[in-house]
Structure formats: C-alpha cells, structure tokens
Design a protein around this ligand. Sequence first.
Ligand code: ZN
Length: 177
Amino acid sequence: MSPKLSTSDSATIDSHCQHISPKGDRCHMLVDQNHRPANGAKRPTLCAYHADRLRASVPPVDPEVLAADLLGEIDDFSTAGSVNLFLGNLVKQLARKRIARRDAVALAYISQLLLNSLPALVREVEAENEAEQEAESVRIARRLRERSRELASLRDPQSSGSSAAAPRDGERACQTP
Ligand SMILES: [Zn+2]
C-alpha cells in the first residue's frame, strides 16, 4: 500500500478514486470522469465526493489578486532582478497551492525566456547609448571648431588664413568660458 497516492505524480491508470484515508484505506468509489483535475494532473483521479472535498479545501483565488501577489512591485521584466523577484513570488504561490502547477510551470518557462532575452536587451541599450555618445561628441567637436574659429577671427581679424594653430587656442578658451 503506497502512502503517497494523494499526489498526482503517482496517479496510476486506474478507475478507482486515488484518495487515501488517514488510516491508509483507499477510497472504493469510481473516478468521476467529469471532474477537471487541479494542480496539473492529466486525468481525473478522484471520485465525485473527494473531488468536491478537494475543491472546497483549495479556495479559488481571484485571478486579479493572484496577479497582484505575483507581480508585487514589478513594473517590467527588463532586469534579471525583476524576473528573479517574480520567480520568487511564483514559488510562494505554488507552495501555498494558490496557483495550479501547470500555470506555474508555464510562467516559470516564460520567465526563463525573459531571462534569455536580457543579454540581447542589454546589448541593444548599450549600442543605443554608444550611438548617442558618439553623436554628442560629434556635436561638441563641431561646436568647439566653430567657437575656436570665432575666437581666432576676433583676436586676429586680418589673418583668417593662418588658422593652423588657432583651433588649439580656441579649444583652451572654450574650456574656461
Ligand atoms: Zn473517493
């Protein structure tokens, strides 16, 4: 007599209810085929009576409440920290049997996909930042050149042709406005 028949993993292909009483007696009723099993079991494993009792013992959780508990303070999943937080919440809800195992497995899988996509996301952000910095340094260099040309022409209005050394002075002048 196996004492662990109440778990869905040990469900055998068997037409009798899998419920075991605290004394170890197996229920003799036939499995209720209309009972939709909870917690990821593939086929009904309980008689109508025990299926009802199980339903009563696992209070149905409002999906909105469950979502709020799972998401907590998480705004988006763009960091490993937020995905990790979500997985932690998922484990808590699963441990309290507030979420079906099947749903938990699906959410864990999606979390894995999110984690896998993070390095690409980081590269994308880095590339954007780099492009921005490059554009900014081009703008600064152009402004410096314009400024130094202005300064050079102010200092020496006649010799606008001999501008070879002028930009260096101009740059220095720009740094101390
Ligand atoms: Zn039963």
